[in-house]
Design a protein around this ligand. Structure first.
Ligand SMILES: [Zn+2]
Length: 478
């Protein structure tokens, strides 16, 4: 007797042998996959508490989005043309938010991800992490947990200058505090110790904003920061997840080689030198590549050079501010197009590889590939059903991986299962009130905008040249 039986579907397993069953089934017992295969191998007397006849649906492992930012769903579009976007984000996240903001944003982000078929999402809290209070991380996990998503999140070193002066909202007013580098180390360690695994779908990781030294950091300080982050990740056996760019990987390898390993993920990795490509390949770290990110637009991530050198790459959304989405299906297609253009090769980035880059490959880098990332017996039942009975996907009869990567989009995901629990069915969220999530988000954002005040809001929403050939940058002066 199974708890859940999905049958008569096109099943794409993304398992090591790349099994696809044109007419297949997936059987779930408890939170795990108990059996999977072609329909003719399903026992005639197989019974289940719940049966889904998935005719007209494709079944796949839930998608894994390895990188996004807590906070970004309530700041997206803001400062789109503002010259100092990073400074704006630091200012907003460190000085104008309360705990309700972090909770409401996280629920909204998790709902967005789930509705696009992402069953596991990893998020760095704020733009570079806000590590002064664990209550913020707790609020983030609480918001995500409402939806049923598998959530990884973490804190670590934020950008300076030091000491930093975050503000805390207490008794209706903001109080300014002081945050030292030593406190960041202490809080990062406490976060992992106290928040990792508190709930079955809650994973606290180490997530410093950058390993690349900033102009104001001395090399010794930058190396010390990286060493402490690597130490915590090792001691507590959790993933280390960070942004990286040209120069930072070489610097870190020369000063803190222990930071690199199979559970290290390096978001962006733009402009890498040949030596840095080789470092990525030989240490087994994974580049988390955001095809639609501004970082990648400004300086290219050498994806194919890394892959040819034997390095690992996954696709991430980097959702969602100022101009991105958690619809990772868009990133799959953009990924193919930009690398095909760059290499002048219209067969590059084949769809099966692309699907792996949004499932098993990021799961491996985050240290959770024994749980999720493919449909295999014994793994957790993180499963998505995609409605293929629509004009842009039908008739769904040949090369299903290609059909999905080329033509599907997030809204085609019909049903989402995490840990064997159906959390969305026919696009209705089942374990949370979606309207409440939207209303909470609206309320939290209004409170934020009120605090920012009319002058800042005018600057952050200005878009001179919105209909011109080239928009104009907004500065503090104009
Ligand atoms: Zn990012």
């Amino acid at each position: 007797m199974y708890d859940l039986l999905i049958k008569n579907a096109v099943v794409i397993t993304v398992d090591p042998a790349h099994h696809v069953y044109q007419n297949g089934y997936v059987a779930v017992r408890g939170n795990s996959i108990a059996a999977i295969g072609p329909m003719e191998e399903l026992a005639a007397d197989a019974a289940a508490a719940r049966v889904i006849d998935a005719r007209g649906q494709a079944v796949m492992p839930g998608l894994v989005d390895g990188h996004g930012h807590g906070g970004h769903c309530l700041t997206r579009t803001l400062g789109d043309q503002y010259a100092q976007w990073d400074a704006m984000a630091e200012d907003i996240y460190f000085r104008y938010t309360d705990d309700f903001f972090w909770y409401a944003e996280s629920a909204l982000a998790a709902a967005e991800r789930l509705k696009f078929g992402i069953t596991t999402g990893a998020s760095m809290i704020a733009s570079t992490p806000r590590p002064d209070r664990l209550e913020i991380l707790q609020a983030h996990f609480d918001g995500a947990r409402k939806t049923g998503i598998r959530q990884l999140a973490g804190i670590g070193f934020c950008d300076g200058p030091w000491p930093k002066h975050p503000r805390v909202f207490e008794d209706g007013v903001f109080h300014e505090k002081t945050l030292t580098p030593e406190q960041v180390v202490e809080n990062t360690e406490r976060a992992v110790r106290e928040l990792n695994g508190v709930h079955p779908r809650q994973f606290c990781i180490v997530a410093p904003g950058n390993i690349t030294p900033r102009a104001e950091d001395t090399p010794d300080f930058a190396a010390w920061k990286n060493r402490e982050m690597a130490r915590i990740a090792r001691e507590y056996d959790v993933a280390l997840h960070t942004h990286a760019r040209a120069g930072g990987i070489a610097f870190t390898y020369d000063t803190t080689p222990e930071l690199f390993g199979p559970h290290t993920s390096l978001t962006h990795s733009t402009g890498l030198s040949q030596r840095e490509i080789e470092i990525v390949a030989k240490t087994g770290a994974t580049v988390f590549h955001g095809p639609t990110t501004r970082a990648n637009i400004n300086v290219r991530c050498p994806v194919y050079e890394i892959l040819r050198a034997g390095g690992r790459v996954a696709i991430v959304t980097d959702g969602t501010a100022p101009d991105r989405s958690y619809d990772i299906w868009r990133d799959m297609k953009v990924f193919q197009v930009i690398h095909r253009i760059h290499e002048h090769d219209d067969r590059l980035a084949p769809p099966g590889l692309v699907l792996e880059m949004c499932t098993i490959r990021p799961a491996r880098a985050l240290g959770i590939d024994h749980l999720t990332g493919s449909l295999e017996v014994g793994k957790r039942a993180d499963i998505i059903l995609i409605n293929t009975r629509q004009p842009h996907l039908a008739p769904f009869n040949i090369l299903p991986e290609a059909r999905l990567v080329y033509h599907a989009q997030g809204q085609d995901v019909d049903t989402v299962i995490v840990d064997g629990q159906i959390v969305m069915e026919h696009r209705q969220m089942l374990c949370c009130d979606e309207n409440r999530i939207l209303d909470d988000a609206t309320q939290a954002q209004k409170a934020l905008f009120d605090r920012l005040g009319p002058e800042r809001m005018a600057k952050y929403t200005a878009y001179p040249g919105l209909y011109d050939l080239t928009a104009q940058v907004v500065t503090d002066e104009n």
